[in-house]
Design a protein around this ligand. Structure first.
Ligand code: SF4
Length: 340
């Protein structure tokens, strides 16, 4: 497995100090708080955490799909191929969205328009970015549908979303996302709404497409099993912050943050007989109830110390290529200011 952390290659995407907030009762609260990471060409990076950790808000920030009027990027940069794309006009971002960067969502039925045929919706993506004839576009659609494992492609172009199963609809969404051969695909919980056997098929398909097209992928999931299957690197988020970031191997063999360890404990293992899977007590604090100082995981952390309530841990390299934000590690303790 390539070590993307040590390559000198320029990142395809660089997110720097990103802060995304939502307006609640006249005040902004950050759902993503000072998050930075890089995605290299061909790299598959997993972003994990429970619901409410900020994973999806981050992807919507990258795609500029935040709900207008309530959500906004308040700080930071989102660089794609070296160019800051944060704050581009709708016209400018539309040139990138769907062409260079595309996205698939959890629930394909809500992403597909029920009143248009599959072919119409697929062709729309092509027409948005390429000057081709209707005939050419239709042929491309059939090819695309076949490439994502849809066998009755010639018929399905003329069918409506409700005529397809959930797995087939997700395949259509993948076909739409890769229609213009994007360099980066953001997949937000792409298999969560599907049953287990279909989940495995869709993951297999995504893996194959990533390799054939040399795409980078950001895979957003709450499922560490999916991360182990697909990813090179992984970022663990909690309450809007990155708490651990490393390679998949390091995360599975040597998890450092107490939250990551608890997430690991909640994965079923085939070689161990357990009566009940471990769960993490409590819930992620809501945006309005986020602790103002100290570690945001403190109320749920089995290793919490008194200083965790007052000192905010820094995300810092603890071992080469392995960053963690937890006061159990010297590297995460803020250095005292030296006054001269
Ligand atoms: Fe737990 Fe303290 Fe580490 Fe936070 S900083 S994860 S509360 S030990």
């Amino acid at each position: 497995m390539p070590n993307y952390r040590s390559t000198k290659e320029e990142p395809l995407l660089e997110v720097k100090n990103l802060e995304t907030g939502f307006l609640i009762e006249g005040e902004y609260y950050n759902a993503v708080d000072n998050v930075s990471f890089k995605v290299k060409p061909k790299q598959v990076i997993g972003i994990v955490g429970e619901s409410g950790c900020g994973k999806s808000v981050m992807s919507l920030s990258i795609m500029q799909l935040l709900p207008k009027g309530t959500g906004k990027v308040r700080n930071g940069e989102i660089k794609f191929q070296g160019r800051n794309i944060e704050g581009l006009s709708d016209k400018e971002i539309n040139k990138i969205r769907g062409k260079d960067v595309s996205m698939i969502f959890q629930e394909p039925m809500t992403s597909l328009n029920p009143v248009f045929t599959i072919g119409f919706q697929l062709m729309e993506v092509l027409f948005n970015h390429e000057k081709i004839s209707k005939r050419e576009a239709r042929d491309r659609c059939v090819k695309l549908l076949k490439s994502v494992g849809i066998s009755r492609a010639e018929q399905i172009v003329d069918e409506y979303p409700h005529q397809l199963s959930g797995g087939m609809r997700q395949r259509v969404m993948i076909a739409m996302a890769i229609a213009c051969q994007p360099k980066l695909l953001i997949a937000d919980e792409p298999t969560t709404a599907l049953d287990v056997t279909v989940q495995a098929q869709i993951l297999e398909l995504l893996k194959e497409i990533q390799q054939v097209n040399d795409m980078s992928v950001i895979l957003i999931t709450h499922d560490l099993g999916v991360v182990a299957e697909m990813c090179d690197d992984v970022i663990v988020m909690y309450a809007g912050k990155v708490v651990e970031s490393t390679t998949v191997d390091a995360l599975f063999y040597n998890p450092k943050h107490p939250y990551t360890k608890l997430l690991m404990g909640s994965i079923p293992k085939l070689d161990e007989e357990v009566e009940e899977l471990a769960s993490i007590k409590g819930i992620v604090p809501s945006l309005k109830n986020m602790p103002k100082q100290g570690c945001r995981f403190v109320d749920r952390c089995p290793s919490a110390m008194s200083e965790c309530r007052t000192i905010s841990p820094l995300l810092a390299e603890n071992e080469p290529g392995h960053e963690v934000a937890c006061l159990l590690y010297e590297s995460s303790k803020p250095k005292a200011e030296v006054h001269t």
